[in-house]
Design a protein around this ligand. Sequence first.
Ligand SMILES: Nc1ncnc2c1ncn2[C@@H]1O[C@H](COP(=O)(O)OP(=O)(O)OP(=O)(O)O)[C@@H](O)[C@H]1O
Length: 557
Amino acid sequence: MPTPTHPDITHIAGLHLELRDVTQEVRGAGRVLDEVSFEVGAGQLTVIAGSSGAGKTVLLGTLAGLQSPTTGAVLHDGAQPGPPGPEFGYVPQEDVIHRELPLRRTLEYAGRLRMPGGTVPARVTEVLDVLGLSGRADTPVRALSGGERKRACIAAELLTRPRVLFLDEPTSGLDPVTGAALLATLRSLAETGTTVVLTTHVLADLPRCDQVVFLSPGGTVAFVGPPDALLGAFDAETAEDVYAAVAEGKRAERAAPAALPDRQPAPTAHRPPRVGALRQWALLTRRTTALLVRNRLSVAVFTGSPVMIVAMFAVLFRAGAFDAAAPDPGSTAMIMFWIAFGAFFFGLTYGLLQICPELAVLRREWLAGVRIGPYVASKLTTVLPVLAAADALLLAVLRALDRLPAAGWDTYGSLFLTSVLASAAALALGLLTSAAVTEPAQATLMLPLLCFPQVLFSGAFVPVPRMAPVGQAISWAMTNRWAFEALGGAIGLNGLWRDGGSPAGPPLLRSYGDSFAHPAGRGWLILAGFAVLFLAATWAVLVRRCRQGVSAARAGR
Ligand SMILES: Nc1ncnc2c1ncn2[C@@H]1O[C@H](COP(=O)(O)OP(=O)(O)OP(=O)(O)O)[C@@H](O)[C@H]1O
């Protein structure tokens, strides 16, 4: 990493941070922070050190206002931490940027989502330069080294010139030279006004900061002060000796040094304007599309599953099942069912992996001002056209192979609309599942669990009038039932079975009762209702997951 330069020398007003007698209890871990008090002056670089498990990450999150303290107060510029926004930067230990796109594009999307105006490309160039990443601008994020990816995450935070930047172990895993250069970058950032707080295990980071907060294993503060006072406070010769002394329970005298002053008087904090919901939706739609196209797994699923299903249908059914003179009533019902299930399956598989792999990114962007509504809507607008194409392909191939009858555009329009609505409802169910699980493996496991009842209770294999009462009740909640009935109604199964030249028709008609006797509009309404319901539930789950562990004030409540 080259020596950092800082072309952007405009000073900004850093945030003044204060903890007053903060205790923090974590479920399952008990009291993690105990009566912690210290201040961080605006534009100062503070390092939180301490042994593993001492509570550094919890302290960082509490200081950032992400977790409300159990008792005590956290103050930003003397007040409760405000709602999320672009003037606040937080870099957790895990990566919080997408991996598929080239670095510059990734940062441009991150910037456009956080700040309005056309200055983003120039700002990205500046930030890449500051972090020594200019030479990697066109490299996909996944091809960057661990240290470069860490700097890329920091770059995303710097785009908005935050007033405060929190970083959880940014130098872990970096070689000494790269770590020192990163610290130098953070120092120059502090010198232009941004308050910087980071946790570390790297001893070399300590002398490079303005203030050290040393946590002892019980979550109490063993030392707060300038780094050059650290060794003396513990009569130690090296920083390792300090770790040993703190592990033995030693604490420096808390007639503690006065808090470092703000680097410059903070003028009234101004909140930069947020990007509007409509613009966020358009940007997120473009980014999701770009990410999908670049992701080999999603391209394989998006193209592979329709092709596979269409091919299976083509070899499964005989031609001419709908021939009015000699129909095959059993096959006609099955063709309608499998079209409904195909539409459901496309929607579900496309939706299941949409959210869970990027939840950490979403949570970070939500804190920077990205709204959940536009995010969920962007998934729908990106994926639904692909689903519609897959549904159209399915119908077209079945018609071309004479597995569906010759009929007018109104019939095929009705079949298509039903399929698309069935796919939309399944997509929304997939998104809901993807939002609720914690990792892609869980989402994949949900696929058979969600498909099985949709097959059993659709009313195709056991007609709804023949189901046990509980089964009938469950069938109401199956989108596949409504799609199957609407498709059967649109293609005219009742008439074909009643008037067609097959003796198997009338008994089948009696079994299925009035399943296909309803106007198509009823099925469309129900399917659209399910889609809206699942999307609303997805929104609610994501809001809850983003707010989880975030203090009420920060969460904007
Ligand atoms: N969500 C959680 N659920 C249960 N326990 C937790 C949770 N978060 C933190 N803890 C516990 O709180 C304590 C402090 O954790 P924290 O991650 O802050 O330590 P740390 O000093 O940052 O450790 P490290 O340096 O290893 O990252 C640990 O005992 C940890 O197990």
